[in-house]
Write a protein that binds this ligand. Structure first.
Ligand SMILES: N[C@@H](CCC(=O)N[C@@H](CS)C(=O)NCC(=O)O)C(=O)O
Length: 336
């Protein structure tokens, strides 16, 4: 049995190498498609702590799909999943009757853990990789359609248009496709996954390399945001949602936990204001659950934090504070 978590995905040089997600089917409208976009046919399993799952929740709300796809969310602290079989620790759902903020039971399938859900999906024992969130679940076939957040985001953006309340919202507009794709490449490698490369590295060299790439990328973001309101220009795109989910966790968690301490995000003027803008003006704040976020990281990996102590929240993190993004002049607009 190969019951892994992301913490096990480390090379012999101590580099964190994330494994590819395994379930890669698509919901689409095409004739003969196995998974058609229909209201009440799919569920999204998330952890509110998980940046990958959280970005799917943001797409769900930006597109106005909450009424059509139900959401189940796991407890932030990993626990034993099959103690009689192996030592794996992973995501659990809330116990019946427990009242944990932002956490639910698996009201759909009655699973106790995400591992049980993966077993249910394959109607046996899932032994190929970690039991990760997010999961897009098909109720009709009782299986996982997809467990790769970048793809779930794209499906939510474009495939559920007929049932979406916010029709016409397009976070991947065709005219920005190349630009967004190029931004996603380095935002994913150096920032979204970059913080994990710092935090899960097991050698000094691997950590320093990841840290250098991370802060070079953040400097680049700071510069871009001096010129435009969003990463790809004047409109919010998917890559902003990706970046936002790492940024909101940065000072409250990663600076301490993943040793991404060369600079804090609050020391970057444009990035700080950009987070506040997305949090408030674009409504992404509604799906940011700081208790789940901080509890998860600090209490789930005994290897990294043996006593599970959650450090005091640093001063100066205030995503609800006023921002200057709507009123400032951008160098891109000056040029036009
Ligand atoms: N490629 C996946 C990565 C998802 C992922 O790593 N999720 C983490 C939580 S942040 C997880 O569920 N980890 C469980 C584990 O490693 O066992 C995606 O983007 O959807």
């Amino acid at each position: 049995m190969n019951a892994q978590t992301a913490l096990d995905q480390v090379s012999t040089q101590g580099k964190f190498i994330r494994k590819d997600s395994v379930f890669r089917d698509w919901v689409n409208k095409a004739e003969g498609s196995r998974f058609k976009p229909e209201a009440n046919r799919y569920a999204l399993y998330v952890s509110k702590a998980c940046p990958w799952a959280n970005r799917c929740l943001h797409f769900l709300s930006l597109k106005g799909l909450e009424h059509a796809i139900d959401v189940y969310s796991v407890h932030p602290t990993w626990g034993d999943t099959k103690p009689q079989v192996d030592g794996h620790r992973g995501w659990h759902f809330a116990e019946e009757g427990a009242n944990v903020p932002g956490v639910t039971t698996d009201g759909l399938n009655g699973c106790k853990t995400m591992r049980d859900l993966y077993d249910l999906a394959v109607k046996g024992v899932w032994d190929k990789s970690a039991f990760t969130t997010p999961v897009l679940w098909c109720k009709q076939e009782a299986t996982i359609v997809n467990n790769e957040s970048s793809e779930i985001c794209r499906m939510l953006n474009s495939e559920f248009e007929d049932v979406a309340r916010n029709k016409g919202v397009d976070l991947y507009p065709p005219e920005l496709a190349d630009k967004v794709k190029e931004l996603e490449r380095w935002v994913y490698n150096d920032i979204n996954n970059g913080v994990y490369k710092c935090g899960f590295a097991t050698s000094q060299g691997a950590y320093e390399e990841a840290s250098a790439a991370l802060f070079a990328a953040l400097d680049r973001v700071e510069e871009i945001l001096g010129g435009t309101r969003y990463l790809a220009g004047d409109s919010l795109t998917g890559v902003d949602v990706w970046l936002f989910n790492t940024l909101v966790r940065f000072d409250p968690v990663y600076v301490v936990y993943f040793k991404t301490c060369k600079r804090t995000i609050s020391s970057y003027h444009n990035i700080t204001n950009y987070i506040r803008d997305l949090y408030q003006t674009r409504g992404l704040g509604k799906d940011v659950d700081m208790w789940n976020i901080r509890t998860h990281y600090f209490t789930s990996h005994p290897k990294l934090n043996p006593y599970g102590i959650v450090p005091v929240m640093p001063d100066g993190v205030d995503y609800a504070a006023a921002h200057d993004r709507a009123t400032r002049e951008y160098s891109s607009s000056k040029r036009t």
